[in-house]
Design a binder for this molecule. Structure first.
Ligand SMILES: [Zn+2]
Length: 278
């Protein structure tokens, strides 16, 4: 799979560590272990955005991620769009989520990723809450129109919110007027090889290159569903689709590449970032 050959050598492998609830926790932990091993195969280290609920139920997993040298970051307390928490509650929630991870891992937590990439024009106020909770950076914006969450007009390279928060937006592939993430989740499982190749060529000069994966993306065990509760039929279809393709595709992406955590790349991103006034 030479689809990824023209992408830059430097990448950050990110994992959104989430499970649908206690019954999905064991699978979530097994798949997270597998992803750590995949990243470490290339002598790399990744950034793990861990859901607060998962950290409370399985602090051992957080400790292991930290002990293996990976960056521990936050995926919020609960897996819901930022706007659903509301401004008053979100600040407390984020501070709590960050505090739990710092206590368990024993290290400073700098990074935040909004569930569902839900930092968009409608929840722009949340950037201030994220900064106030003590995070130095966020990786939460799809800088284009998207049927789920997307922010048309947001910069497609690292930028600063007025609150001082650094945002590292999702790398996108473009087809005419449409743009979409391609190095992660259901997109990476669903897109045909020629499209992956085309999108990779478009990102040959993308400095802040990163990919993302959920534990369930690589879970091919028949009862291994960890993300189905509360989802409709169409969502379930995309959550399950082509899971067996994901691990080989990630391995192909990482061939000849080494992942460095976001925390190690922040100074470079910040140096080139302009303020995005919203
Ligand atoms: Zn998530």
């Amino acid at each position: 799979m030479a689809w990824f050959a023209c992408l830059p050598r430097e990448i950050t492998f990110t994992v959104d560590v989430e499970s649908e609830g206690p019954r999905g926790d064991a699978a979530c932990a097994r798949m997270t272990e597998a992803l750590m091993t995949l990243i470490e195969t290339g002598n790399g280290l990744g950034t793990f955005f861990i859901l607060g609920e998962v950290a409370v139920r399985n602090p051992g997993l957080v400790r292991e991620i930290a002990a293996r040298g990976h960056e521990v970051a936050s995926h919020g307390m609960h897996h819901r769009a930022l706007a659903r928490s509301g401004r008053a509650a979100l600040g407390d929630e984020l501070a709590r989520a960050r505090g739990i991870l710092e206590e368990v891992s024993g290290a400073a937590v700098l990074g935040f990723r909004a569930p569902l990439f839900s930092l968009d024009a409608g929840s722009a106020w949340a950037a201030e809450c994220i900064a106030a909770a003590g995070f130095a950076y966020s990786s939460s914006v799809v800088p284009a129109w998207n049927p789920l969450h997307g922010w048309r007009g947001a910069p497609n390279k690292p930028f600063l919110f007025e609150a001082g928060l650094l945002e590292i937006p999702v790398p996108l592939g473009r087809v005419g007027p449409l743009a979409m993430p391609f190095l992660g989740g259901m997109y990476m499982r669903s897109l045909p090889p020629w499209r992956m190749k085309q999108f990779s060529r478009q990102n040959a000069a993308t400095e802040a290159l990163w990919c993302y994966c959920h534990p369930y993306d690589i879970d091919t065990e028949p009862d291994g569903d960890v993300a189905e509760a509360g989802n409709g039929r169409l969502a379930r279809f995309f959550l399950r689709r082509n899971r067996s393709l994901m691990a080989p595709r990630l391995a192909a992406l990482m061939a000849g590449r080494t992942s460095r955590p976001f925390a190690a790349r922040l100074a470079a991103f910040r140096a080139g970032a302009a303020v995005f006034a919203v």
